[in-house]
Design a protein around this ligand. Structure first.
Ligand SMILES: [Zn+2]
Length: 699
């Protein structure tokens, strides 16, 4: 139900008999909570708008103070004050953004619709403020004569660059155009994500004939029953297009027609010509992004975005994609042919279709590697995998985790831990939000409620949050994870480690690394997930506590290259699509469906594989921050495969010295240095792509 909210809605509480006082907005208070964590138990959706407006005013006053200071600009009176400003606003916006993604409701959505344009405007008013920029420019022009240390110089440089990239050098009328574009984009990108979520929630596969369940494993039937009950459809079986539900369905439902139905619903999200359709939004978003890039002096939006990344320009991105494309599509074609053979051998005559891939891939896994994922899952219950990442973090870095029950959470599913450093000191707070819910966006991500930095010479410790979409426990059984999901947990935990270990003085540097570098900390952790040595440390059967047998470990190792052609091909297809959109110099006549098809035809994608994301639900690029950036995972993969080799070369995958060097050179510095330099500091040489190709089994 939608709730109408106005700024004038204030809750009045009566205090005693002396009179009345406005209830305090919990978002605006100094939180008297353990580790100053957000008091979720007291925060209502209605609190956000007034709190954000108030916090924006506070921020404006802080900026005005900097501007009105008539003394000559110094690093302290300008940059440090700018860096410290807007703290409360930042805190509140982080909470709102995180809730919108992980635990939204109609009121929050309404609030976000109203405040995101205000925030975009507010942000632009600061970044396009001439007087403020004058001070930064004054300092930047004599950066080497100010007696600054390296970290201070870097902070000044980054602020200068932020202002320039935001349009500080433009004339007034162009500045205004830019402000309008940014505001409109903030709404469009928010709507894009909400549309996907709505189609996702509304379009589900309902089975009411028991015969249709024939041949499906018990667990899959139980999932359908559980979702049906949650949706008040007792006696039926319901399957959603959430990947945690859909992928097992595609793997194990023998009925081709039903597989097609569900997968088509997934593929058509945002493309149903209904009120949630995203095609026009895509056009408008791309058009505005192009206009923005042109205003700022760039030929395309990709040029604008990539300047700030390790890749530097579109050509370098395409070069990398092209290098991996040929071996990927070649491998995927072989995989397809193998599956077609199975179909013929089973006496069928049909041609493999896109909705058959998962089903026959499972057969290959069974036949070629004698590996049935259903036999594996009992060794990967959620708690076991969580403890595994804790154990790995401890073996590498000596850190420990202590469960806390006194921290307020936004959903009862969420667990909280204190992260304790190897010297016993407090390092961070970790929130773990595991399960798929119908008020959570799909996928998995790591975020924060507060980043690490120094304030008044005091270290502010981070609040890090890992959000996943793992299957909910069914009945007495715990959530059992697939190999993909285990890898996802390790991945996200790698991001979390970067959050814990951040060691910077200025907020501007906190967690700031280029997007094509940021997947290095996360993806490197995936390398440990299925290492035999690691499996022997953690993979225990949830019922018997028995350790995973050597025979299963061997099968896991043997199946390392299973389906890799498919995995890389679907990923690359989405990466090309993203880049193709963002190198456009003309968007007006764009026909989204036709463009997508042409883009896929150009690279020669086979019809049995769809891009990992089709345009109309490609949240990464139209709602999240990965525009002209989906390639980043691959760019980082070159780095993480090379970096993991440092552990292998040392003869010990748990080598503490290598880990410590990784912590100091890669995880801790944040934005203190250029990413290229950070990598050289760790490895002493440039990354070699051969380790990635080896890892994929392509050479
Ligand atoms: Zn990631």
């Amino acid at each position: 139900m939608k709730k109408v909210f106005t700024i004038f809605t204030l809750i009045i509480l009566i205090f005693g008999i002396m009179g009345c006082e406005k209830a305090k907005n919990p978002l605006l208070e100094e939180w008297d909570t353990p580790y100053s964590t957000p008091p979720f138990d007291r925060i209502q959706a209605d609190d956000f708008k007034p709190a954000i407006i108030e916090a924006m005013n506070m921020h404006k006053k802080e900026i005005e103070k900097i501007i009105k200071d008539k003394t000559e600009p110094t690093f302290e009176n300008s940059i440090v004050r700018l860096d410290n400003s807007g703290e409360k606003l930042n805190e509140i916006v982080l909470i709102l953004s995180n809730l919108i993604e992980a635990n939204y409701n109609d009121t929050l959505e309404q609030v976000a619709q109203e405040v995101f344009p205000l925030l975009s405007k507010h942000n632009d008013e600061i970044l396009l403020n001439d007087k403020l920029f004058e001070k930064i420019k004054f300092l930047y022009e004599k950066i080497n004569n100010l007696g600054l240390n390296d970290e201070q110089k870097r902070t000044l440089e980054l602020y200068y660059r932020d202002f320039v990239r935001a349009g500080a050098l433009l004339n007034d009328s162009d500045k205004q155009k830019l402000k309008d574009i940014n505001q409109r984009l903030s709404v469009l990108t928010l709507n894009f994500g909400m549309n996907v979520q709505k189609d996702n929630n509304n379009n589900v596969l309902i089975i009411d004939n028991k015969d249709d369940l024939n041949g499906m494993p018990e667990s899959l039937i139980a999932t359908g029953e559980k979702i049906a009950n949650e949706r008040n459809m007792p006696g039926k079986w319901v399957y959603t297009t959430d990947k945690a539900v859909m992928i097992p369905f595609l793997q194990y439902c023998p009925n081709r027609e039903l597989r097609k139905k569900l997968y088509d619903m997934y593929l058509m999200r945002g493309d149903n010509d209904n009120e949630n359709d995203n095609k026009n939004l895509i056009k408008e978003i791309l058009n505005l992004r192009l206009q923005k890039a042109n205003l700022l002096g760039y030929k395309t939006y990709a040029d604008y975005v990539l300047e700030d990344r390790m890749a530097k320009n579109p050509m370098n991105v395409y070069n990398l994609l092209d290098q991996i494309w040929s071996p990927s599509i070649a491998k995927a074609t072989l995989e397809r042919d193998e599956m077609q053979k199975i179909i013929y051998n089973e006496g069928d005559t049909f041609k493999l279709q896109y909705y058959d891939w998962w089903y026959y891939a499972e057969k290959i896994r069974n036949k070629q590697y004698a590996l049935d994922e259903n036999n594996l899952k009992p060794y990967f219950s959620l708690n076991v995998v969580r403890d595994a990442v804790f154990t790995l973090s401890n073996k590498l870095y000596g850190i420990t985790f202590k469960k806390l029950d006194n921290i307020s959470v936004y959903n009862p599913d969420v667990e909280v831990y204190e992260v304790i450093d190897n010297d016993g000191s407090h390092l961070a707070i970790l929130y773990l939000d595991y399960y798929t819910r119908n008020n959570k966006q799909g996928g998995a991500w790591t975020t924060s409620f507060r980043d690490q930095y120094h304030k008044d010479n005091k270290n502010i410790t981070p609040l890090v949050s890992v959000v996943c979409n793992f299957p909910q426990p069914v009945g007495d059984n715990p959530s059992l994870l697939s190999m993909d999901e285990v890898e996802t947990f390790f991945h996200e935990f790698g991001h979390a480690l970067q959050g814990f270990f951040s060691d910077v003085t200025y907020k501007r540097l906190s967690g700031y690394v280029p997007r094509d570098f940021v997947e290095l900390p996360s993806q490197i952790l995936e390398h440990w997930a299925f290492e035999p040595q690691m499996l022997k440390l953690y993979a225990k059967h949830y019922k018997t506590g028995e350790l995973i047998p050597d025979s299963l470990i061997e099968k896991i190792t043997n199946s390392k290259y299973f389906n890799q052609g498919f995995a890389k091909t679907e990923f690359l297809a989405a990466s090309y699509l993203d880049m193709d959109y963002h190198i456009l110099t003309e968007v007006n006549d764009l026909d989204v469906r036709a463009f997508e098809q042409a883009s896929m035809d150009k690279i020669g994608l086979i019809p049995e594989i769809k891009p990992r994301y089709r345009s109309t639900y490609f949240n990464h690029i139209f709602s999240g921050g990965y525009s002209a950036g989906y390639y980043c995972y691959l760019w980082s993969e070159v780095l993480d495969c090379d970096a993991y080799h440092a552990f292998i070369e040392s003869g010990d995958i748990f080598n503490k010295d290598v880990a410590n060097k990784f912590r100091q050179t890669i995880l801790a510095p944040g934005g203190k240095k250029d990413a290229e330099q950070m990598y050289l500091d760790f490895r002493g040489k440039e990354p070699d792509i051969k380790y990635l190709l080896e890892d994929l089994g392509f050479i």
